[in-house]
Design a protein around this ligand. Structure first.
Ligand code: GLN
Length: 507
């Protein structure tokens, strides 16, 4: 019987499903078996065979009646930050260890309507706070390329599952880099669209003005149908945007059409790469950048040049300030968003306590891990009377300046920006345990894009680290709503390179 491991792309698997070479149910059965037997027990936080098989049967029905779309029957899985009816939703926290949502996140139901079959819930950093997936209350996830190393975070389970071939697509969320960074460390492709493109309804909130969902998959080509299904105006999310080039569908949703956008770019003659101005920010090539990462980025830029693009030296002068601004704003919003977990309205309740205040305090102390507590403390501090102006307001001003830097570059100097996603390849699990700030510093190249609300993606562009066995990601940053362009550029690069086709040994 054909199995999931034989198919390396959503397109190829979709064709096999439509030609009845394999059924969605056979595929789901095989994928569930592989997921249960996977050597890293921490990738999935919740699998429920019956729920998955019910979705697979519905996909087979759609296939039998020629109602199949590009995602019908395709095995995917969700970061455990998206609420799901049926599967538990824990945000990788003890606080929500037994939580089952009464409804599905918009993204979850949209992917289900598109026919994708979910294998369950994937590990992440607790409440999406972290850069290594070590902050999960349920154990670290291993990087499939080297099991001693982190897969990145916070969507580490999503990146590891795609890299290991457990699924062909996964959802992630990116508040300061959490789609792009794990995609880079695990050698897969991932995109964080423009803030407001994908509904936040039903995504457990970390920092609401930054949180944005995006898909992870092997290639840019595979990201297109996933982002098509995930995006669209949602009246249930007050920051959801009606996208520029979308068309209303039967439910009145404005759906951005990345398949059409990509086709437009392709029709314009192997893409408008001739004369495409790639801005290369000099601040991204500072002393913190490892030589092997720098060399891989340089080679990728040369590939784009060989396709007709031109390189422009640009400056994003406030790059350095992204870290302090982000690590004030994100904890501030988190401290407010996480106040609902008090053991009464939501979450774990301590067994014994003396009074109401004691109950809240004990429940929160027991329910939250160290990094989440650290952020709540920082956030509460910067929002408190007397410090608000000095920290929070100041950080908001810096955020505006960072967004202006990108805006200036993308309107005057260049069409897209390219650079590294991370300063180094994936570090060893446990390395930064004594020094949480060291992890914060590794977010230097991704935070600015999030603060500005711009679209950004990561695609594999080489290998580095010990023995040159660890993946390196190229970051591509675009103008607002330019996802279609970014995906088309990435696809063009992937037509002439094969970094995205490499797989770790056991996948
Ligand atoms: N590493 C960053 C943080 O810890 C980003 C996380 C994210 O994007 N969810 O906040």
């Amino acid at each position: 019987m054909p199995s999931l491991s034989q198919f390396r792309s959503i397109q190829a698997l979709g064709a096999a499903l439509r030609s009845r070479q394999i059924s969605a149910t056979e595929l789901a059965t095989d994928a569930l078996r592989t997921a249960h037997q996977h050597p890293d027990p921490n990738v999935f936080l919740h699998i429920d065979d019956d729920l998955t098989l019910a979705q697979a049967q519905a996909a087979d029905q759609a296939l039998a009646h020629d109602r199949a779309g590009p995602l019908t029957g395709i095995p995917i899985a969700h970061k455990d930050l998206f609420v799901t009816q049926g599967w538990r939703t824990t945000a990788a926290s003890r606080m929500l260890a037994n939580y089952v949502s009464p409804f599905d996140a918009t993204v979850v139901s949209q992917l289900q309507q598109a026919g994708a079959v979910s294998l369950g819930k994937l590990s992440c950093d607790e409440f999406a706070m972290g850069s290594g997936n070590e902050n999960s209350a349920f154990g670290s996830v291993q990087n499939p390329w080297d099991t001693q190393r982190i897969p990145g975070g916070s969507s580490g389970g999503s990146a590891a599952a795609v890299a290991a071939g457990l699924v062909l697509g996964a959802t992630g969320t990116d508040t300061g880099g959490s789609v792009r960074q794990p995609a880079a460390y695990c050698g897969v492709s991932g995109i964080k669209p423009t803030y407001g493109t994908v509904s936040r309804y039903g995504i457990i909130a970390y920092a609401s003005s930054l949180d944005q969902a995006g898909p992870l998959a092997r290639s840019a080509q595979d990201l297109v149908p996933l982002l098509d299904a995930m995006s669209g105006f949602d009246p249930q999310d007050s920051t959801s945007l009606e996208s520029c080039d979308g068309q209303a569908n039967a439910q009145g949703r404005v759906q951005a059409d990345y398949t059409a956008a990509q086709a437009r770019f392709q029709a314009a003659g192997a893409l408008p790469l001739q004369g495409l101005r790639i801005g290369v920010p000099r601040e991204f090539f500072n002393e913190g950048l490892a030589d092997d990462v720098g060399a891989a980025i340089e080679a990728a830029l040369q590939t784009f040049e060989s396709l007709g693009a031109v390189r422009v030296d640009i400056s994003l002068p406030r790059t350095r300030l992204a870290i302090p601004a982000y690590y004030v704003i994100a904890p501030a919003e988190a401290s407010s968003n996480l106040s609902r977990y008090d053991g009464v309205r939501y979450g774990h309740r301590a067994d014994s306590y003396t009074d109401l205040a004691d109950m809240t305090s004990r429940s929160r102390t027991e329910g939250f891990g160290d990094e989440v507590r650290r952020r709540i403390l920082v956030g509460t501090y910067v929002l408190s009377h007397g410090y608000y102006d000095a920290y929070y307001l100041q950080a908001q001003r810096v955020r505006r300046m960072i967004a202006d830097d990108f805006q200036r570059a993308l309107s005057q100097d260049c069409d897209v920006i390219m650079g590294p996603v991370t300063p180094t390849t994936a570090r060893l699990i446990g390395d930064n345990r004594q020094d949480p700030i060291a992890d914060w510093l590794s977010d230097i190249y991704t935070l600015g894009v999030s603060l500005a609300g711009l679209p950004g993606m990561s695609i594999p562009c080489g290998f580095g680290g010990p023995g040159a066995r660890l993946p390196i990601g190229l970051q591509i940053i675009g103008r607002y709503f330019d996802e279609g362009h970014l995906l088309a550029l990435a696809d063009r690069y992937q037509q002439v390179t094969d970094w995205h086709q490499h797989t770790p040994e056991y996948a």
